[in-house]
Write a protein that binds this ligand. Structure first.
Ligand code: NOJ
Length: 569
């Protein structure tokens, strides 16, 4: 890559900050974060130096899945504020040259959305806005149906949150499809009226001046015609019929063409089960800006999926990251993330949230900011927030985790919550959703009321006030990384080349852009690691690192526990 070949875009050079409004900052004392609370913190975001805010859903919702079950796409849920305060937020961000991207959840709605309520009544034109189907005669020994009238579910597909993807609706006398919770019925994208409704709604938001969308599970919108049974031996039954389904590419093209393609916006598609090669079909020239994939989120899980917890396999992480870096090097772009509202805290997961919390949080930040792509920082990551304790099932708020605990306790594998607890504390989405820790005061300064989910007990030590007052904090390190990245194009656009491919504990690579280069080495272990990195003839200079400079050259560097070093030359 040369300076001349660079295909610049504002969203490539940006750093994104993700806000989970429910847990960010509460101003009215109801224990739930709100939009005025975000407005209050706009200066904080500006000082941190981020460029784009991604707001998780704030639309009207019964909150079966914390806003991912939308009852009205064009409204703000009163618990968060109203359209006026949302407009204030947009204006305050724009005034400071920051941008706002909204969550677009159009694979499904809430079962309380007007479309569903009318569809259930078979009212036109809503009759087939969703996937409705009759039950099938119960198979012998089956207990999946809800009685004779219902029959068994129409096919064997499973849901991400429940065993079956079908729920029987007494009123309509049919089953409806939901790939997530039963309160999240899937929209029927085969129906052109549904697509028109979605495009109209997207345009309505774009015209309000937003700067893009993060598109929730967007590659689930197309389902195989006829909804046939799936392979019962597949990881998730039915996924060959709904993950990047037959019409997905054409729906995506149509959506881009009709909506976001006509604006200078950032589009981030969340896509399950997509590898880097397939990603090339959806991002880049005339597609989406980038996509959120899950491949690197599988490097510490076994074949059993999310709850099958294993140690981090760094060699696998290298393989996945390198593949994405290489496949999207010329066309397309990477979304870089280690944390979000669906994942446990990265410092607990890939680092050490005990003795080396600070070092490992900074090491992971270095890793995130020195790959090619746009870094996404999830609220609290910039102060090294950690996973939390969930002492009893009553502390759990997330529908996915709650369903998992129920299933686990029904199975023969677990006898008590104490046995399931380590899995919850290591993987539950609630780990990311405990309130943002602003101060060491009551409820970490998040609310003056009763927080909707408990505050992490380490708030005394881990909080924004303390981090800002301490020059050596994770927070100041993030600020520095953001500055460094702005100063040198090589951070954003430089080519990536993996070094030390077989080192089991150190992730090292080189980034190059014409005659500028960076050498990055990140120690993912709590032990010292000797590395022999190539030494450029003209010598190197230190760019950034999470320990005081050691003076060693790359060739004979010994990395300290969780040390990250970046040299330039
Ligand atoms: C992905 C979202 O990030 C997650 O929070 C949500 O539960 C599912 N999609 C369903 O909308």
């Amino acid at each position: 890559m040369t300076e001349e070949d660079i295909d610049r875009a504002w969203w490539k050079e940006a750093v994104v900050y993700q806000i989970y409004p429910r847990s960010f900052n509460d101003t009215d004392g109801d224990g739930i974060g709100d939009l005025p609370g975000i407005v209050e913190k706009v200066d904080y975001l500006d000082e941190l130096g981020v460029d784009v805010v991604w707001l998780n859903p704030v639309y009207e919702s019964p909150d079966a899945d914390n806003g991912y079950d939308i009852a009205d796409y064009r409204s703000i849920d009163p618990q968060y504020g109203d359209m006026e305060v949302w407009e204030t937020l947009l204006a305050e961000l724009h005034d400071r040259d920051m941008r706002l991207i909204m969550d677009l959840v159009v694979n499904h709605t809430s079962d309380e959305h007007e479309w569903f309520l009318r569809s259930r009544e078979r009212e036109e034109p809503y009759d087939d806005y969703y996937y409705w189907a009759d039950g099938v005669p119960p198979s012998s020994g089956s207990d999946a149906g809800t009685g004779d009238a219902a029959g068994d579910p129409p096919n064997n597909w499973s849901s991400f949150f429940e065993e079956t993807a079908w729920t029987y609706d007494e009123e309509r006398g049919q089953y409806y499809l939901h790939l997530f919770d039963r309160k999240q019925p899937d929209l029927n994208w085969r129906n052109p009226d549904v697509r028109e409704e979605v495009y109209d709604m997207m345009t309505w938001w774009l015209e309000k001046g937003i700067d893009g969308f993060r598109m929730d599970v967007i590659n689930l919108i197309s389902k195989t015609e006829g909804l046939p049974d799936g392979d019962p031996d597949a990881g998730m039954t039915g996924d060959e019929h709904f993950v990047s389904g037959p019409e997905f590419q054409s729906y995506l093209d149509e959506m881009v063409d009709r909506t976001v393609g006509n604006y200078d916006v950032m589009t981030v598609g969340e896509m399950v089960g997509v590898d880097a090669e397939e990603a090339r079909e959806y991002v880049g020239e005339s597609g989406l800006s980038m996509l959120i994939h899950f491949e690197h989120m599988g490097v510490d899980t076994g074949d059993g999926g999310k709850w099958d917890v294993t140690d981090l396999d760094l060699l696998e992480l290298k393989e996945v990251v390198t593949d994405w870096q290489e496949q999207l090097a010329d066309d397309g772009w990477n979304c870089l993330y280690l944390s979000n509202h669906d994942q446990p805290r990265a410092v607990s997961r890939f680092g050490d949230d005990g003795d080396y919390r600070r070092e490992s949080a900074k090491m992971l930040a270095t890793f995130l900011f020195t790959l090619q792509g746009t870094p996404f920082v999830f609220q609290g990551q910039e102060i090294g927030m950690t996973n939390a304790a969930f002492e009893s099932p009553d502390d759990i708020r997330d529908v996915e985790a709650a369903n998992f605990v129920d299933r686990a306790l029904d199975s023969d594998e677990f006898d008590s919550y104490e046995e399931v607890r380590p899995l919850i504390e290591s993987r539950s989405r609630d780990n990311a959703r405990t309130p943002m820790q602003w101060t060491d005061g009551e409820n970490a300064g998040f609310t003056e009321g009763e927080p909707w989910i408990h505050v992490n007990e380490n708030r005394d030590e881990v909080n924004v006030d303390a981090a800002r007052a301490d020059d050596e904090s994770v927070w100041h390190y993030y600020r520095e990384l953001i500055d460094r990245r702005e100063e040198r194009d090589v951070f954003v656009y430089g080519d990536y080349e993996l070094l030390l491919p077989d080192h089991p504990d150190v992730f090292a690579y080189r980034r190059t852009l014409e005659d500028d280069a960076l050498l990055v080495a990140c120690n993912f272990s709590g032990e010292e690691q000797a590395v022999g990195l190539p030494e450029p003839a003209g010598g190197v200079e230190r760019v950034i690192g999470n320990y005081p400079e050691s003076g060693e050259l790359p060739g004979d560097a010994v990395l300290r526990p969780y040390e990250a070093r970046v040299w330039g030359y």
